[in-house]
Design a protein around this ligand. Structure first.
Ligand code: 9UX
Length: 69
């Protein structure tokens, strides 16, 4: 299992936090995500054989947020 912390921009309430958590945890290979509104970040535990960081960014952006490098 690997872990990465992504910067997430555009979250403004707890609903955003839930939405980002949900789209990340829906990705096959992601076991859990901890999203922080205050920090503007998401820490993700994942299997690097099944999912990559580009897929995580795409999922976050698909939900309407930005996940800059
Ligand atoms: Mo809160 Mo976020 O009402 O997309 S859910 S601003």
């Amino acid at each position: 299992m690997s872990e990465i912390t992504l910067k997430i921009e555009g979250m403004s309430c707890g609903g955003c936090v839930r939405n980002v958590t949900k789209v990340l945890e829906a990705l096959p290979g992601v076991s859990a995500a901890q999203v922080s509104l205050e920090a503007g970040s998401a820490t993700v535990q994942y299997d690097p054989a099944k999912v990559d960081v580009a897929a995580m960014r795409a999922a976050v952006e698909g939900a309407g947020f930005d996940a800059p490098q």
